[in-house]
Design a protein around this ligand. Sequence first.
Ligand code: SF4
Length: 379
Amino acid sequence: MSGFTIKGWCPDAWRPMAAGDGLLVRVKPCFSRLSREETLQVCALSRQYGNGLIDVTRRANLQIRGVAEAGWRPLIEVLVNAGLVDPDHAIEARRNILLAPHWTVGDASHRLAVELREKLPELPDLPSKMGFVIDAGDALVLLDEPGDFRIERGESGGLILRAAGREKGVAVSEGEAVGRIIALAHWFHDSGGAAAGRMVRHDAPLPPWAQGDARPAPPAPPASRAQPGPVCAGFVYGVPFSQIEADRLAHAVTTAGATSLRLTPWRLVILEGGSAGEHPGLIADPADPLLRVEACPGAPFCPQATVATRDLARRLAPLMQESLHVSGCAKGCACSRKTALVLTGREGRFDLSRNAHAGDRADISGLHPDHIPALLETR
Ligand code: SF4
């Protein structure tokens, strides 16, 4: 697997990353939505070429886990033939468009995403982690999600173009928005942004045409966008730890009679067009304590981890009234925000911090995992 190990890289299907359980092959569904047939095909491919586990990523993509090196080429050929991966490596790398998940066909977010997708060949080469956010509904739902180049609904009701890390953006019409976002990507490229790696770290002054004092619209209330329950298009389900067995996902799609699967960046998926109901491996109850808990794959799935994470997170979830993050190491991949409690793995034990990020200064160091449930019970 060593030929595929690229650190600091955002993997895609053409550049898979080696994890402890094999290659991760990322599938970026167009507008974060797969038809029923496409969903069932990805599930079948996960079983055939991977280890039967599928991740839902924070950019509303899917990851087929556990692919053997010998299986990568035949897998990618099927994905390209199915239209799920672009045959052009450069275009596939640019398909990092996070779209407000509750878009409807023909609304502003969808129209902009269609146009940006058509114009991907006009973009310069960018660092692989960079991405675009389109959040053009009445209230913003993606303010907390990372994305370097952003088209958002502005406070005054029109659209704005905003660079990540800047509080304000510049007003743009819908007709000019995509052209401007492409121009901003070229400015980033030409002004040496690659050395910073992300827009938020690129402190060169923006070009005058990208500077403005337009603020983004207020965010939508969290409960209206990010919890299990019925929505117009179908039913929203939680995905514990952003991972589901392919068999279970296929079973849910089939038994619900869903016509499509929509992905979100919030560990939630929407089964569209089907009936509501309970499905093994998915969370239908908005009060389920697992929704308050984040945990990365941990050991043995990630080579950086010295601790197992998800079994511990499952044991601790019922004890938690607040948010919990169990992280295999200080990198904190599963959650970039502070949580009420964070357990960070280090040398086979855990450091506990309160109201912190993974890796922050520990309040208690060197906890054995077996001792943590009792500690939380007596808080
Ligand atoms: S937080 Fe550390 S252990 Fe967990 S997935 Fe990221 S790198 Fe691996």
